[in-house]
Design a protein around this ligand. Structure first.
Ligand code: SF4
Ligand code: FES
Length: 253
């Protein structure tokens, strides 16, 4: 008998409908990953009872763990499905959508919560105009190395998914946007908006709501030092608070 792959997929037809589990059994091919298994189901949407069903929906883009779009919970752990190799999983492989974000359909979630936080903290370097800006400012090597590590964030949402303080009842932005404030405040041009970013971090849903569970740093697929970023931003926001409280006239001289 031909070798097969058994999958159990948590499905939901629309944002408001009830979820249900559906099992699938598909032909095995060497070196398959979760996305190639989902593509096989899409090609022939028949469940393990032999019934025709609707194709499973999920998000993906880069297929090389760079965009973060394909994140889902695989056998209980949130990660990217494009690099999740079938051979490394116990079967039936359980696929669920991340629970921190609203469901769009099946394994597809709406990660706007994270992108809205990134907008709130101005996670970009402001540059105006379309004229030639010339070379960017140079960064000291040590700073550049830290910035490079932080810049690996692919907004996959895994650090929010594993955080007990990020949920539908809380506004906490989670580790990724906090770490991005550290990144953009390190940049010589980005640091011109440093105070605005720190103000945003001190606002509703900001850094004060971190409970230091430390799940984020263990789960981040890019190995970003998230708890170091959080500690650094806690120090920065404290200095910023004192500076705002006592005034900063001495800096004008
Ligand atoms: S910090 Fe890590 S886990 Fe969080 S969104 Fe970025 S890459 Fe994903
Ligand atoms: S498709 Fe981009 S990270 Fe998986």
């Amino acid at each position: 008998m031909a070798e097969t792959i058994k999958l159990s997929i948590k499905r939901q037809d629309s944002p408001d409908s009830t979820s249900y589990w559906e099992d699938f059994e598909i032909p095995y091919r060497p070196n398959m990953n979760v996305i190639s298994a989902l593509m096989e189901i899409q090609r022939n949407p028949v469940n393990s009872k032999g019934e025709k069903t609707t194709p499973v929906t999920w998000d993906m883009s880069c297929l090389e763990e760079v965009c973060g779009a394909c994140s889902m919970v695989i056998n209980g752990n949130a990660r990217q499905s494009c690099t999740a190799l079938i051979d490394q999983y116990e079967q039936p492989i359980k696929l669920e959508p991340m629970s921190t974000f609203p469901i769009v359909r099946d394994l597809q979630v709406d990660r706007s919560r994270m992108f809205d936080s990134l907008k709130r903290v101005k996670a970009w370097v402001p540059i105006d105009g379309t004229y030639d800006l010339g070379e960017g400012p140079r960064m000291p090597e040590k700073k550049r190395q830290v910035a490079y590590e932080l810049s690996k964030c692919m907004t996959c949402g895994v650090c929010l998914e594993v955080c007990p303080n990020v949920n539908s009842k809380s506004d906490f932005m989670g580790a990724a946007p906090i770490s991005q404030v550290r990144l953009f405040n390190l940049h010589p041009t980005g640091s011109m908006s440093k105070d605005e970013r720190l103000d945003a971090l001190m606002g509703k849903g900001g850094i004060a709501e971190c409970g230091m569970a430390q799940n984020c740093v263990k789960a981040c697929p890019k190995g970003i030092p998230l708890t170091t970023s959080i500690a650094a931003m806690q120090r920065e926001t404290t200095f910023h608070m004192f500076k705002s409280f006592f005034g900063s006239d001495h800096e004008v001289e």
